[in-house]
Design a protein around this ligand. Structure first.
Ligand SMILES: Nc1ncnc2c1ncn2[C@@H]1O[C@H](COP(=O)(O)OP(=O)(O)OP(=O)(O)O)[C@@H](O)[C@H]1O
Length: 247
């Protein structure tokens, strides 16, 4: 896969009053790769995701998708151009079935999007792909959190994204669910999807990601390969060494 990033932030800064939550962050996410974004609570990871998806206006800096400046584009336009995300606090339709959560996303995509999809066929395909077929007709309110996180990913995939941003997707998953989830993400990246993973499960991040960026107090503390990050003393001091406290 090409190393040219499909998604790029350049010098993103986000200031809330006198507090800089994100400071001059430049990262790139390439097709067919999984990029990790880690760091202590409050480091600015979600704020950076919100800026990339258009929920948060940056104080400074730009966001590029496929070479186009999308800094001023509203969230729905970014979604149309191939950006999808999941949320740290699940944002599913809890009174609907798993299947209907996917269908709704497909219908919205068809109403707003450019390339129409066959909603029924795509729903069935993604239920199989994500291992949700056995609970397809259950209401989301009746399924465990770990599997609901997979529903959120499946729903995001209904929009045929090119970039998928995942905010703590393994939180609440059992070890077995996390293993299956890791396989799913690897398969999606192998098919060309660019994935950015915010996650406190460090072993999972180390296993999946080709590049990892560490945020601390809003700024990039370190960027590199998993081995480099694992052995970086500043990262150990700021985050990995105190992982129990950070989670
Ligand atoms: N809307 C807001 N208004 C004011 N401050 C905010 C707002 N959103 C986030 N912050 C602050 O910005 C900083 C970064 O928060 P953010 O949620 O991005 O961190 P995070 O790295 O995602 O943390 P976590 O790992 O706990 O999810 C925190 O100090 C937070 O309190």
């Amino acid at each position: 896969m090409a190393d040219t990033p499909i998604l790029e932030t350049r010098g993103i800064t986000v200031q809330f009053g006198g507090h800089k939550a994100v400071k001059d962050v430049s990262i790139g996410i390439a097709d067919g790769t999984i990029t990790g974004l880690i760091g202590p609570n409050g480091a600015g990871k979600t704020t950076l995701f919100n800026t990339i998806t258009g929920l948060q206006k940056p104080t400074a800096g730009k966001v590029f998708l496929d070479g186009r400046d999308i800094t001023s584009a509203p969230p729905y336009k970014r979604a149309r151009r191939g950006l999808a995300r999941t949320f740290q606090r699940l944002e599913l339709f809890v009174s609907l079935s798993v299947r209907d959560n996917l269908r709704v996303a497909g219908d919205i995509h068809n109403a707003n999007g450019r390339a129409r999809i066959d909603v029924e066929a795509e729903t069935d395909r993604l239920l199989e792909l994500t291992g949700l077929a056995d609970i397809a007709d259950k209401d989301v309110s009746d399924i465990p959190t770990g599997r609901a996180r997979v529903v959120e990913v499946a729903r995001a995939l209904m929009t045929s994204p090119r970039v998928l941003l995942l905010d703590e997707p393994a939180s609440g998953q059992t070890d077995q669910e996390t293993d299956e989830f890791a396989e799913l993400l690897t398969g999606l990246a192998d098919q060309g999807l660019a994935i950015c993973l915010v996650e406190h499960d460090i072993p999972l991040v180390m296993k999946l990601c080709s590049t990892i960026h560490v945020l601390d107090y809003g700024a990039i503390l370190a960027s590199g390969l998993p081995e480099e990050i694992k052995n970086d003393q500043s990262v150990i001091n700021a985050y990995i060494g105190t992982e129990e406290e950070a989670v």
